[in-house]
Ligand binder design. Structure first.
Ligand code: ADP
Ligand code: MG
Ligand code: MG
Length: 247
């Protein structure tokens, strides 16, 4: 079964239709990046796939209807990194990554030795062992982004949802974080569904791009098939013209 299968997805926020019939398939092991103009609904699509929004239409994760997954089950399948995750004041890097183990820790229980080992392994893997006792809030943007990924990995999920994972980073750190995601994907057989603002970077790292505009997935394919002048002119500039009202 595909990692993600979305059929006829509708999402309204505060009574306003944002997504109006999105279809999307992500194969297991694939990296798909959602692009589209500002406000097109990229983040909304990711949140819907992550089970964070009420929706209509069908979403399946690895062949299981999303509605059939209970919270903990879902958390073992899919990990979301929000665009700017909240950074709890005073929390160490280690404790933050340990939060990723929540779906494995019994309610009102303590983490096990296996949970602690999993956190140490992930910190080692992401070159963060030296930061374990540091307060997360004191890390640089690129270091924090690695910690957010570490938490998602500690969750043991096979599907990573990354909303604008590099939007807060300079170009050098963007490449570094995306290379890391790509390595992790291959090493752990992960599936990646991301959103990205920067079209050049988006095209470099994805197997396929999905262009979301006017509430739908209007184009899907290899980066060179989606990053065409015609598609971008239609779906990006059209929006700018509406906004400045000069047409
Ligand atoms: P993108 O990630 O593509 O920039 P979003 O998914 O964040 O777009 O937002 C899509 C649209 O939904 C935008 O017009 C945004 O203003 C609107 N929106 C987002 N959150 C809410 C909300 N809680 N209530 C109403 N509208 C919202
Ligand atoms: Mg936005
Ligand atoms: Mg967004």
């Amino acid at each position: 079964a595909p990692a993600v299968e979305v059929r006829g997805l509708h999402v309204s926020l505060d009574g306003v239709p944002i997504l109006t019939g999105v279809d999307l398939t992500v194969a297991a092991g694939e990296w798909v990046t959602v692009i589209g103009p500002n406000g097109a609904g990229k983040s909304t699509l990711l949140r819907a796939v992550g089970g964070l929004l009420p929706t209509s239409g069908a979403i399946s994760l690895f062949g299981t209807p999303s509605v059939a997954l209970r919270r903990r089950e879902r958390a073992r399948v899919v990990a979301t990194v929000a665009q700017s995750p909240a950074v709890p004041a005073g929390m160490s890097v280690f404790d933050y990554v340990l939060l990723g183990r929540t779906p494995y820790i019994p309610p009102l229980g303590r983490e096990s030795a296996a949970d602690l080992t999993a956190v140490h392994e992930v910190l080692d893997r992401l070159d963060l062992a030296g930061f374990a006792r540091r307060e997360l809030a004191t890390l640089s943007g690129g270091e924090r982004q690695r910690v957010f990924l570490a938490r998602a990995l500690a969750q043991g999920a096979t599907l990573l949802l990354l909303d604008e994972p590099t939007s807060a980073l300079d170009i050098g750190h963007q490449q570094e974080v995306l290379e890391l995601v790509d390595q992790l994907r291959h090493a752990h057989g992960l599936t990646v569904l991301a959103t990205m603002h920067d079209l050049t970077v988006a095209g470099e790292y994805a197997d396929r791009l999905v262009l979301v505009a006017e509430g739908r997935a209007v184009a899907t394919g290899a980066p060179r098939e989606v990053l065409t002048e015609e598609l971008l002119a239609t779906h990006y500039r059209a929006r700018v013209r509406v906004v400045d009202g000069t047409h």
